[in-house]
Every structure is written in C-alpha cells, then in structure tokens.
Design a protein around this ligand. Sequence first.
Ligand code: CMP
Length: 133
Amino acid sequence: MIEKTLVLIKPDAVERNLIGNILVEYERNGLKVLDMKLIHATTSLAEQHYAEHKGKPFFNRLVSYLTRSPLVALILEGENVISRVRTLNGTTDPETSQDNTIRALYALSMSENAVHASDSKESADRERAIWFG
Ligand code: CMP
C-alpha cells in the first residue's frame, strides 16, 4: 500500500549539519520526498505535535527542545512508508537502536534523538496537517 508519513529532522540533527546524511538514508531506500521545509517551530506547533505526551514528566522538556532551533519537516511517500521509516529510524532510545539505523548512527540520547516519524496512519494524517496544513 502506498502511504505518506511525516518526518522531522530534529533540532539536534540540524545543529550538527546532519540533514543530508539523514535524507540519504530515506532516499537510498526508495522513499520519495513529497514536500520539505526548514522551520523554527513555535511553542504552539510543538505542543500540538506532542499533544499525546501532555502531562508526562518530560513534556515541557520536549517542547523546549523542539523549539530551540530550526528543524526540517518532510513528507515521505512509498510502499508501507510508515513502518519502513520507523525501522530505518531505530528505537526511541539510541542505546537500543539496531546498528545502522538513523538513531544508532546519529542520536545523542532519548530526548535528542535526531528524527521523529509518525507511528500510524492516524498520526501520519494528523501530523501532516499540523506541519503542512
Ligand atoms: P519522538 O519520536 O519525537 O516522539 C516522542 C518523543 O518523546 C520521543 O521521540 C522522545 O524524544 C521523547 N521521549 C519518549 N520517552 C521519553 C522519556 N522517557 N524521556 C525523555 N524523552 C522521551
């Protein structure tokens, strides 16, 4: 099934000049970039994006991290792209991410973990609307 998903190349990765290294991982696996922008997220945008984590102890830290400097938002398209991108990204915690996943290669910690990708069709639809209208 051809799907679309929302990916963020997060502030820690943009700050370390990793945009190209990360995009290459998606493109060489046959995923198509449909739309892309560099954006400095507002608090309101970050709070909408992380709405499901509201009330968790790390929520405020997540929002201030996501808004601290520009990030790259992109829409990727491909066969089963939602689960394929999650596999390419690796687990949330880089300590447990498989070798050669984006997070194993580039994430610094559980919070500064280089990339975000939608985890289901419903979140992909919701998150694409948040970032691209
Ligand atoms: P992301 O894929 O952007 O979606 C939710 C984010 O919450 C996740 O990446 C992590 O950066 C962050 N996160 C999840 N669990 C924790 C945690 N226990 N402590 C700090 N950050 C977390």
